[in-house]
Design a protein around this ligand. Structure first.
Ligand code: BGC
Length: 374
């Protein structure tokens, strides 16, 4: 048997034993692992990486980081983007299975729409790692690498609370207007974010310190399908014309940098001016454009997610299922996908604004000063 094929079979064998967590195959796995270690120093096999879209910068970075890090370990990588087309993602994953990948890494478009193709992978002995977004309603997923998604919402909420000094405002009987722009209903992360945000802000909505003139505060009323920037802009325009002719909008609580760009356009269209009545605008992902807008003042903050770190944690999970090693896990409770609780590693999201972007994103090597000044 040639080295490559034997290596691939080995990967599958190890993956199956590792998923099943089956102690009787421990010895086989150990022997196989030793064999792999002596035969090949690097990673063995091919990894299919299915990403949702290139329309947002973060996923381009995620894909590039995964490819780079996996290839550096010796794995072959098939990286595919599905441009937010669920059917296209299903076909891409089917093709990956047919082409004999040894492991799948999936950042889904619709977390529940991949159940059948995940079952196909499972039947073919191909382990699956959920990347950033949880894969729902399946027991075919071995691990989940993500950020603390509820923590993202909490961080946005805490930021608003602090910057607007909501406790002090409450004591003085002052209030601020706020509108919400939440994530896609088919993305499990979106609801986690909403719950974290509301954990902080709901008391202020209840006591009138925060006033949502549109009355749209529930997740159902504020979620935006497929994280569409255009829909966010449209919603913001509708809110401004429908509810803010007498009173200005003070806060756009958005769950995405793209939504912040949409709100910016709507606000400019409605005549809001920087330095005068420009609202506090939140975002997520610390995209290059967002950090530039933070510097100029058009966006107030974003949530920085270091995709290099996420890729690193995910790659450890790939190695674990293929080589029988142990990945780092720090959550075994929160991510119940309806079938199983998926063991997860949660990276920590960080709020960035004008005061700390230098330290976090520039000194952290995420963007250079040059990129930010172009
Ligand atoms: C991710 C966010 C991202 C959003 C839209 C979510 O699943 O966690 O970081 O902004 O998708 O792409």
């Amino acid at each position: 048997m040639n080295r490559r094929i034997s290596g691939m079979l080995l990967g599958v064998l190890l993956a199956v034993s590792s998923i099943a967590g089956c102690s009787s195959s421990q010895t086989d796995a150990t022997t196989a692992k030793e064999e792999a270690n002596t035969e090949k120093p690097g990673g063995v096999g091919k990894v299919g990486v299915a990403m949702p879209t290139q329309s947002s910068e973060r996923w381009i970075n995620d894909g590039a980081n995964m490819k780079k890090q996996l290839e550096a370990l010796g794995y072959e990588v098939d990286l595919q983007y599905a441009e937010d087309d669920v059917q296209m993602q299903v076909s891409q994953i089917e093709n990956m299975i047919a082409s004999g990948v040894n492991c799948l890494v999936i950042a889904s478009i619709d977390s529940s729409a991949l159940v059948n193709v995940e079952e196909q992978a499972k039947n073919a002995g191909i382990p699956i790692i959920a990347y950033d977004r949880l894969l729902m309603d399946t027991d075919a997923v071995s691990y989940y690498a993500t950020f603390d998604n509820k923590g993202v919402g909490t961080a946005i909420g805490e930021y608003i609370k602090e910057k607007k000094q909501l406790d002090q405002a409450k004591a003085e009987g002052k209030s601020y207007t706020i509108e919400f722009f939440m994530g896609s209903p088919d993305d499990n992360n979106a609801l986690f974010l909403y719950n974290g945000l509301m954990e902080v802000l709901k008391p202020y909505l209840d006591d009138g310190t925060l006033v949502c003139e549109s009355g749209r505060t529930s997740f159902e009323d504020t979620c935006i399908l497929r994280w569409s920037q255009e829909t966010a802009q449209q919603n913001c325009e509708n809110y401004l014309t429908g509810f803010y002719s007498d009173r200005k909008l003070d806060i756009c609580a958005t769950a995405l940098d793209g939504f912040a760009y949409g709100c910016k356009s709507a606000l400019e269209g409605a005549g809001y001016k920087l330095g005068e009545d420009w609202p506090l605008i939140t975002g997520q992902d610390a995209e290059l454009m967002a950090v530039k807008n933070i510097i100029s003042g058009y966006q107030t903050m974003s949530i920085y997610k270091d995709t290099r770190l996420l890729a690193e944690k995910c790659v450890k999970m790939v190695q674990a299922v293929l080589e029988g090693t142990e990945p780092e896990i720090n959550d075994t409770e929160q991510y119940n996908n309806g079938k199983i609780i998926v063991p997860a590693y949660l990276c920590t999201p960080v709020a960035v604004d004008k005061d700390n972007y230098q330290k976090i994103v520039v000194e952290g090597g995420y963007y250079t000063e040059e990129q930010l000044s172009q």
